[in-house]
Ligand binder design. Sequence first.
Ligand SMILES: Cc1cc2ncn([C@H]3O[C@H](COP(=O)(O)O)[C@@H](O)[C@H]3O)c2cc1C
Ligand SMILES: O=C(O)c1cccnc1
Length: 334
Amino acid sequence: MTFEEQIQQKIDLKTKPLGALGYLEQLAFKIAKIQNTLTPQLKYPTQIVFAADHGLAQDGVSAYPPEVTFQMVLNFLQGGAAINVFCKQNNIAIKIVDAGVNFDFEDHPELIKAKAGYGTKSALREKAMTKEQLDFCFAESAKMVNLAFEKGSNIIGFGEMGIGNTSSASLIMASLLQKPIEECIGRGTGMNNEQLQHKTNILKQVMDFHGTITDPLEIMQTFGGFEVAQMCGAMLQAHKNNMLIMVDGFIATAAFAVAKAIEPTIIDRAIFCHVSDESGHRAFLESMNQKALLDLNLRVGEGTGCAIAYPIIQSAVNFLNEMASFESAGVSNK
Ligand SMILES: Cc1cc2ncn([C@H]3O[C@H](COP(=O)(O)O)[C@@H](O)[C@H]3O)c2cc1C
Ligand SMILES: O=C(O)c1cccnc1
């Protein structure tokens, strides 16, 4: 019997109708395969939240002002944001990263300083970042993932905070999938129709200014932001470390899609935690033939989908390890 057949047999011999744990069974299979064991374990779950500012945010692409980025970082450090609450609830370690916020933070035990700049440049007029900044983002975030890995973490989620970053994600999606930008744009923080029209006009101008870009690294450099680039680099390093990667919403999926364009096998280690309310996310997941665990109309990012989905991932591992088999429980199997 192949190892894959052994995993499937273990799942099928649990005391339940065949296939009755649905998507949890596929998840358990995936985790056992990644960890190469019939008794997988989730260790030291970790969430890294990358924050940065966006040049494009000066052009009215968000319903909220740019200073919300640094203000939310302070909120993360005080434990008051959505991601803090859900990580605390589920015993997930959290780190906050200044990937390039337009603000100087005091030292804090949960803050990692990896500033690539004081916000990206506006992609309306130039590339969001230099090649050096992109390399810096990849190198710094890889180090953070390695630190978590050395502490024993084998499951990691990534979140983001950056006013304007749904625009980066839309530009990345349109470029990678070669779709019209209109099909990749959503209301982000909650734009009305008029604001959405303005955002669409701006992003069309950005696409026209840069022309067609197909190289994944150039796409990331052109559309940013620093937090999206750091998420992407972090995902690539988690893949190298054979860690489970929890993918959050629209922006995290954009970072992931760039990582996948660079390293296609990363898809084997990814768990898509939820489908966001941000228009475009569903199609983005479908383009990779992926189904998300949850559909809760979330549209906040920060990694909240990962933290909320984590107990379900635990359920997948726990049924595989702890449920009785037909034989051990003396239950008739047809
Ligand atoms: C108070 C607040 C907290 C947030 N936490 C995450 N986001 C989310 O919204 C932003 C993206 O939307 P857009 O592209 O429209 O600016 C990102 O910062 C994202 O993390 C927030 C946004 C706000 C306003
Ligand atoms: O899906 C997301 O990640 C998202 C959507 C809207 C705003 N911020 C994040």
